[in-house]
Write a protein that binds this ligand. Structure first.
Ligand code: BTN
Length: 257
């Protein structure tokens, strides 16, 4: 069970907090070690994408975990982290968000936060680094992604205090991580995630995974965090990877938003 007297390591600049946390995990860092940087020069997103991380514009945070539960449940760490972010943003900035499977936290249908969980082999066993990037101001991303990204400042009209957001995040992360480790933790996290996500069920979506495209309606979360999608011919598919977009019903057809 995670002990949250969190040790927070702060850096002015790092290539990536995930990389630093992984390095520390290999050196034997305990569960709960947090790495925070004011800027990242090589911030990483899912699918090898860049996470633009200019100084002071976002919260760039990573935490080392050494989960003792079975590895089949590890994908739920991403869902659990998204629930923690949801609660932290509500508590610290009064920002209401939505969660898009598997790892995006949205405000007004635009991306406010991304989560990247990576496994790392260490002498103490396989560990997980969960990285969280929250856009605090619109300087956190380039103008060309203005249409798809947002920040807490854009939503509330004021730049939040990073320390307040960080404290709320560590508190909610610790709580939901503990929940995940209880006997019915998987079911609780799936339920909590589903309550906060408009994508969990009944949403018309397109899933792109490389060249594979699937369209249908979301039908809930499997026990390991995968998304069930009912195709338009009634078949249930289980999705473990991919990028989701929302399909908006128009009179003639479905348009991608
Ligand atoms: C995504 O949506 O693609 C995930 C983005 C994750 C970004 C965070 S910022 C802190 C941590 N360090 C990284 O290099 N990436 C994660």
């Amino acid at each position: 069970m995670i002990k949250f007297t969190p040790q927070i390591l702060r850096f002015d600049s790092l290539p990536s907090t995930n990389l630093e946390a992984a390095r520390r995990a290999i050196d034997g860092a305990p569960e709960g070690l947090c790495v925070v940087a004011s800027e990242q020069t090589a911030g990483r997103g899912r699918l090898e994408r860049e996470w633009v991380s200019p100084k002071g514009a976002g919260l760039y945070f990573s935490i080392v975990l050494r989960p003792s539960f079975e590895q089949s449940a590890w994908p739920l760490l991403t869902l659990m982290a998204a629930v923690a972010v949801y609660e932290a943003l509500l508590d610290s900035c009064a920002v209401q968000t939505d969660i898009k499977w598997p790892n995006d936290v949205l405000a007004n249908d635009k991306k406010l936060c991304g989560i990247l969980a990576e496994t790392v082999e260490t002498p103490l066993g396989r560990a997980v680094v969960v990285g969280i990037g929250i856009n605090l101001t619109n300087h956190a991303f380039r103008n060309e992604i203005d249409k798809v990204a947002t920040s807490t400042e854009a939503v509330t009209g004021q730049k939040p205090d990073l320390e307040v957001v960080l404290k709320a995040l560590i508190g909610s992360f610790a709580m939901y991580y503990q929940t995940l480790q209880t006997s019915d933790g998987r079911e609780v996290i799936i339920r909590e995630w589903s309550r906060r996500s408009s994508y969990a069920s009944g949403k018309r979506i397109r899933v792109a995974n490389g060249d594979e495209i699937l369209e249908g309606t979301s039908r809930g979360i499997e026990r390991d965090g995968a998304l069930r999608v009912e195709t338009f011919d009634g078949e249930i598919k289980v999705i473990r990877a991919g990028d989701l977009t929302c399909l908006r019903a128009s009179r003639r057809s479905l348009a991608v938003e």
